[in-house]
Design a protein around this ligand. Structure first.
Ligand SMILES: *Cc1c(COP(=O)(O)O)cnc(C)c1O
Length: 822
């Protein structure tokens, strides 16, 4: 169906004002005089919800009538951030809402500051899921996001004495106006217990799983509003509750306390998000979380399918299920179990349904991040699923591997879904590849590495299964809503369609040499830097000049992302300034934002070191304010929205071969920052789009990294070869930054020397710090810089998530657009 554009019925600001007042009074039981900001915010949400819910219903009706094929995006994380401003923009009533609130004596930004972040994710992977459901709705594709309704999202980060302290996040403590509970779609989920083999009436053996416990899944729907709001899809999040059956005998026999214990166990399942970005060791509760939301979601998908179908022959035509990383892989044996044990399909038919329904996105090559679950844990928690996995594996090894490599037991051992050893493990990534019809990486380079290094044998077996879909970010949130000034300028320059067709920004690249345009562009950048400088002073008490170059490194803290390499460079600059007060360098600010996994000791030490170095540098009068270092606490989507527009330089400095894609790199370039980065992830494709002369590449590329490791990398060689590098590393052993406490920063030096420097900081140091001299020089030529910044912003249309979604649709999902009637 052609996407006919029909504009939303326009609401005037006067009408919007009436709606807000109506909801203040009748929904929140207050009035304009008494209401606090929280009530104003909720009333504003309820006002726009009148428009949103209507379209939600229309969308669901159209999808039901058309019996449309839909994608089901299964993700353990959705890093949504705030929804109010984004939803107002997408419904195209932002200006009316602002006017309405102004007429009521309220500032829209202050009111919207009441909204807590919906931080149901750790970082890039969860944010990607959020951008994807935005794009799916915008492009009018039938889609449901499925995840967990965590009571506590990612922890809030406080900094005390320079160290990270984790505090619980309670995003819905006072109610959330966006979510709708759907008691009519509650599911019951079995766990534990044992498997019985019985003879069916047909004389066939059948497996019956007798659960040891049952928990209830309660769905909460969050509307996902497409831009211009024709389609409103849902994000359905499952909350765990104790199952309904209540043991009255236990209760009456004085077991009230026991029954409460059962209740808290059930509710523990959706209590907290695991705060680990890359790895999660074999925790029972984590496996239960994964199974819980997959089982609830599959039941939901099947229930909807059965409304229009009496058998499963059309299931894979109607439903495609995308696994966001291996976290939801247990959905594969779960669907097999349902089809074989409960629906009575034979194995081959069931396997065909499964195999044609699932697709898997790989997000990481880090060996420690490839999920494995102990067979013992599976036997305990999911006794039937481990049997199903054994059977999937047996058939895979006997029918597929044996055919391709006859008699090759070594190959069978290598490709087995079960890893043999002291304790046997289920390799979830192998199960995901075997059980799905497509496996994709998330950037061109990453997808090549998935084929060549991660799954070479699987690639040999099924080359047609492996595809690339480069990540993207939604330009609605990451330009239109977070950088109003630049958005307005693009409206003037290339027209107002760019939020739906980001390639059209290309039209502005033609003006990159135009002095007036350059001045205007840089004036906007400065405005965003002033806004950020105010925020820095408010949050950190540090004064920074908006005329300094803003270097920003914001992402989860991980050795492979190399925040500590940036720290070495900062130490070198500081040292140069101390040794030579006339050292030729423009004023620079380095801004960090990052959460460390609570159990990741070195990551937390790096945060501490950044803060300690900042204390010293920021207060050293000798360097005359030429260098400032800022660590902004509690990095999250809402803070990111202030940081990306204010960056001059975007640091994307991961060891080549380790960052699958990155999406922060895209948000920065779109907002006119220049990248200093390695040939890694999507940096490679950003370079292709903006041109080599408009990006600062440094360091070893992926092949060079591999070669260096193969020949035996010795960080000490680099330490002794570069006196400045040696000096800054040795500095970390002194008490210069931690007076009276030498050794507090030594763990960082140790990791890069005795620890073997696994991410090659020392090998890339010189190239990095040399390239930075060029960045500094380029920045001091403001006309040249403006030109480069404009070209960056105008040339990264490719990295919008609408393009990613169209790639998924074409290469994997094969969906048709469905336009709800207006
Ligand atoms: C974009 C984003 C990320 C991902 O950043 P990378 O640099 O790609 O790791 C993480 N967290 C937040 C809040 C983001 O907005």
């Amino acid at each position: 169906m052609a996407a006919k554009k029909s504009k939303a019925k326009a609401v005037t600001s006067a009408q919007f004002q009436e709606l807000i007042v109506k909801h203040l009074r009748s929904t929140y039981g207050t009035d304009e005089k008494k209401a606090n900001d929280q009530a104003w915010w909720k009333a504003t949400c309820s006002a726009v919800n009148e428009m949103i819910f209507e379209r939600l219903t229309e969308t669901q009706k159209s999808n039901a009538v058309n019996d449309s094929r839909a994608v089901h995006y299964l993700s353990l994380e959705f890093l949504m951030g705030r929804l109010t401003i984004n939803n107002l923009h997408n419904v195209k009533v932002f200006d009316q809402a602002r006017e309405a609130l102004k007429a009521l004596g309220k500032d829209i930004n202050e009111i919207c500051d009441e909204e807590p972040d919906m931080a149901l994710g750790n970082g890039g992977l969860g944010r990607l899921a959020a951008c994807f459901i935005d794009s799916l709705a915008t492009l009018n594709y039938p889609a449901v996001g499925y995840g967990i309704h965590y009571e506590h999202g990612l922890f809030r980060q406080d900094i005390q004495g320079g160290r990270q302290i984790e505090r619980p996040d309670s995003w819905r403590e006072y109610g959330n106006p966006w979510e709708i509970c759907r008691p009519e779609s509650v599911q019951e989920i079995p766990l534990y217990g044992y498997v019985e083999t019985v003879f069916g009436e047909d004389g066939q053996l059948r497996k019956v799983w007798h659960a040891g416990r049952k928990i209830k899944g309660v769905p909460w729907d969050i509307p996902v509003v497409g831009y211009e709001a024709q389609t409103v899809n849902v994000l359905r999040l499952w909350e765990s509750k104790a199952a309904d059956f209540f043991d009255w005998d236990v209760f009456n026999a004085g077991g009230y306390i026991d029954s409460q214990a059962e209740k808290s166990q059930a509710e523990a399942v959706s209590k907290v998000l695991y705060p680990n970005d890359e790895t999660e060791a074999g925790k029972e509760l984590r496996l239960i979380q994964q199974y819980f939301f997959c089982a609830c979601s599959l039941k939901d998908i099947i229930r909807r399918y059965k409304r229009n179908h009496s058998d499963f022959s059309n299931f894979s035509k109607q439903a495609v299920i995308q696994l966001n990383d291996t976290h939801p892989t247990v959905a594969i044996p779960e669907l097999m179990r349902i089809l074989v044990d409960e629906e009575g399909l034979n194995w081959d038919d069931a396997w065909k349904v499964c195999n044609e329904s699932f697709a898997y996105t790989n997000h990481t090559l880090l060996p420690e991040a490839l999920e494995k679950w102990g067979v013992h844990l599976f036997e305990k928690v999911l006794p039937r699923h481990i049997e199903v996995i054994y059977e999937i594996n047996r058939r895979f090894l006997e029918d597929v591997v044996e055919k391709k490599w006859p008699g090759n037991d070594e190959m069978k051992r290598r490709l087995s879904i079960i890893e043999e050893g002291e304790s046997r493990m289920v390799r979830m990534a192998y199960l995901a590849v075997v059980g799905s019809f497509k496996t994709n990486g998330v950037a061109a380079m990453h997808s090549e590495l998935v084929k060549e290094d991660l799954f070479p044998e699987f690639y040999e077996l099924w080359p047609e299964r492996f595809v690339n879909v480069t990540n993207g970010v939604t330009p609605r949130r990451w330009l239109l809503a977070c950088n109003e000034q630049l958005a307005k300028m693009y409206d003037k320059t290339v027209g107002t369609d760019w939020p739906l067709h980001l390639d059209q920004l290309k039209g502005a690249a033609k003006l990159a040499d135009n002095t007036k345009f350059q001045k205007e562009f840089m004036a906007i950048k400065r405005e965003k830097k002033v806004e950020l400088a105010d925020e820095i002073e408010k949050l950190c008490g540090i004064k920074v000049s908006p005329d300094a170059m803003f270097n920003i490194l914001i992402k989860r803290l991980h050795e492979y992302k190399r925040q500590h390499l940036a720290l070495l460079h900062i130490l070198a600059l500081y040292r140069r300034l101390l040794e030579n007060p006339d050292y030729d360098m423009g004023p620079q600010v380095f801004i960090f934002g990052s959460k460390a996994a609570p159990g990741y000791k070195l990551a937390k030490d790096i945060i501490y070191a950044i803060n300690k170095v900042a204390d010293k540098v920021n207060n050293d009068e000798r360097i005359k304010g030429k260098l400032k270092v800022v660590f902004m606490p509690n990095y999250r989507v809402t803070l990111a929205e202030k940081l990306f527009p204010a960056g001059d330089v975007s640091l994307q400095i991961s060891t080549a071969g380790f960052e699958a894609s990155g999406t922060g790199n895209m948000k920065f370039a779109l907002n006119g920052a220049l990248t200093i980065g390695t040939m890694d992830g999507a940096n490679v494709e950003i370079r292709e789009e903006v041109g080599d002369e408009n990006i600062f590449i440094f360091g070893k590329n992926c092949d060079e990294v591999k070669a260096l490791k193969a020949e035996g990398y010795n960080p000490w060689d680099y330490y002794y070869a570069n006196p400045e590098l040696k000096a800054v590393l040795d500095w970390l052993d002194t008490d210069f930054f931690t007076p009276g406490k030498p050794g507090e920063l030594s763990s960082i030096k140790n990791s890069m020397l005795d620890g073997g420097d696994p991410y090659l900081c020392l090998a890339d140091y010189e190239s990095f710090t040399n390239q930075y001299v060029n960045v500094d020089a380029a920045y001091r030529d403001q006309a040249k810089w403006a030109k480069m910044a404009i070209i960056n912003s105008a040339s990264v249309g490719k990295f919008n998530s609408d393009r990613s979604i169209e790639d998924y649709v074409e290469r994997i999902w094969k969906l048709e657009k469905v336009l709800p009637k207006q």
